[in-house]
Design a protein around this ligand. Sequence first.
Ligand code: FAD
Length: 459
Amino acid sequence: MKHTFDAIVIGAGQAGPSLTGRLTSAGMTVALIERHLFGGTCVNTGCTPTKTLVASAEVAHKARRAADFGVQVEGPVSINMHAVRARKDTVVAASRNNLEKWLRGMERCTVLQGHARFESPHELRVGDDLIAAERIFINVGGRAVVPDMPGVNRVPYLTNTSILELDALPRHLVVVGGSYIGLEFAQMYRRFGSDVTVIEKGPRLIWREDPDISTAIQKIFEEAGIEIRTEAECIRFEPRGQDIAAGVNCATGEPEVLGSHVLLAVGRRPNTDDLGIEKAGIELDRHGYIVVDDQLRTNVPGIWALGDCNGKGAFTHTAYNDFEIVAGNLLDGRTRRVSDRIACYGLFIDPPLGRVGMTEAEARAANHQVRIGSRPMTRVARAVEKGEPQGFMKVMVDAQSNQILGAAILGVGGDEAVHCILDTMSAKAPFETLRNTVHIHPTVAELVPTVLGELKPPA
Ligand SMILES: Cc1cc2nc3c(=O)[nH]c(=O)nc-3n(C[C@H](O)[C@H](O)[C@H](O)COP(=O)(O)OP(=O)(O)OC[C@H]3O[C@@H](n4cnc5c(N)ncnc54)[C@H](O)[C@@H]3O)c2cc1C
């Protein structure tokens, strides 16, 4: 039997539920379809569990450093992975359950649990149900890529999902992929007590960032005892007794790394290969992302794509902003666009990296006359007082327009402090506005106006 709704939302990730809330409040009947866990990646296998585990790892690290602060901890610090995981599960379950409860209690919302597949541009099958709507919103997210590396299927491997279920500490965790997700797990497990090696194919960690950021992070990691193997050519795996051998052929060092566990953290792919997308005639790009315009409309009238599956962002805040764009344009008569969004994100290692706008390399490639201000965290009073003087901050300004182009704060509180720069960029105010603002002492953000007062002329 066919059921017709005013709208269908596929996926209860970071855009779908909020959009469902707005559509039903506007009087529409909405079918929300979720095939697995409410809250999607962020709540269940992404942001929430990782940041909860990062918090446990940070406590372990601080406890080990207690004596540096004049605090005595009797005996060695040890980790109860069962309790660490239980804490993570509690935080995740609360978030997931609250969301599910909200959706199930929502007036005019019908929650369907199952896998949605298009039958035609405006019809979807979910189990035995055929449902139809004039408006369809796709919010299906993505999943970890399992790379086609030789031997990968001959060894047990972990992804960002399965590593969250570990109850015991890996003796030696080999992290394949030296980018955002891999680095968070690498530092966390080192702090829990594992030996950790990061294998990266490229010449440096997080290649999307400027080389000075990669170098600083590599130094922080190596000082913590994490082995970094860059330029790992032809990564391959084979079982070796109780262990897994990962062949790396690096330019220097041992050609093989032996580990007890392997985490694959080499990227994400959109969940668009099992959606029957061809029956709807929706255009995909060559990586499988749904092609959308600046207002997130697909090539098929009445179908939108939001969140990670459209390739316009890879974060919870970008998925949520997609919801705001679509809701604003559809329900509030506004004209919001993806291109109005300023790139921003955090890398939640310790110290964290807060990033906004362009990198220095991007600014130069775009032919800006770049003025740069920078300062090591050793010259930030709050960082010194906290005993965490690692990292640095830098801000890029266009010499002609005086607009801020981008910034990076790698340092304690950097993920928070960077927002004053983001807000100035969003207001399109010249850098002098921020330079002349008095900030609270002693904070990390306090030094941002100082750095802007010490901009160097363009090189
Ligand atoms: C380890 C890790 C850490 C991360 N940390 C951060 C962070 O700190 N900050 C940050 O901003 N971002 C982080 N991210 C990224 C963030 O999780 C994603 O960008 C965000 O979840 C994307 O939201 P979404 O709504 O697009 O998709 P998702 O959250 O993935 O939701 C999609 C939903 O659609 C459902 N679905 C898929 N296909 C179908 C179908 N055919 N039928 C029905 N349902 C379907 C899925 O089950 C899922 O529930 C992290 C990601 C990972 C993997």
